[in-house]
Ligand binder design. Sequence first.
Ligand SMILES: [Zn+2]
Ligand SMILES: [Zn+2]
Length: 206
Amino acid sequence: MDDFGSKATEHANFLVEHIPLKDCPTQMKAINVKVSCDIGLPMNSAECINNALQILQAIGACARASGEEYDYVVGLTDKDVCGATAGFSVYGTGVVFSESDAQITPHELGHEWNLVEEYVDACRCLGFTRADNCLDQYIGGSDPMLPYTSDYCAGGSACAGRAVTCQGNLNPSNGRCIMSYADAKEPREFCKHCWAHLLKIDFLTC
Ligand SMILES: [Zn+2]
Ligand SMILES: [Zn+2]
């Protein structure tokens, strides 16, 4: 439980350092709910996705039982569950699930805030044509993941579902955007398009 406490603090600190509230960090309040939620997470990715809503609702109910008030719940686990899925969220539930790496939390919350994946050309291949953070070929958005080619990324014409086909936009520190895949190049920060989008959300700004 102590490990979870320090991990939760690490996630909360990383989060507030990487959103516009970093200039007024006291405006974000992180509540560490020390309860063990027995929600029976599936061990494979497909089952996690199929049961995502139910799993997230169970995590939300677990946090609510503490009597605390919150805007978002982040469920953390130390187990390698859900196969290759490092985190997930269902838009509108206000609950995210996140494995050990701290950048997974702002990634999943990013989805709650209408940002789309950058490890795939989500704007062209997944139908999110109006998203603010489409892959941008001028900031690395055309860079492919092996064994794929740039045809799958910004400016291309090929698609492969939700497979990790692209590196994601570069961020101002020359790492990859938080909305790219879990192990993308560090340092992890939002790219300029994500940042511009977050600045438009009142409760994320000072
Ligand atoms: Zn994602
Ligand atoms: Zn981005």
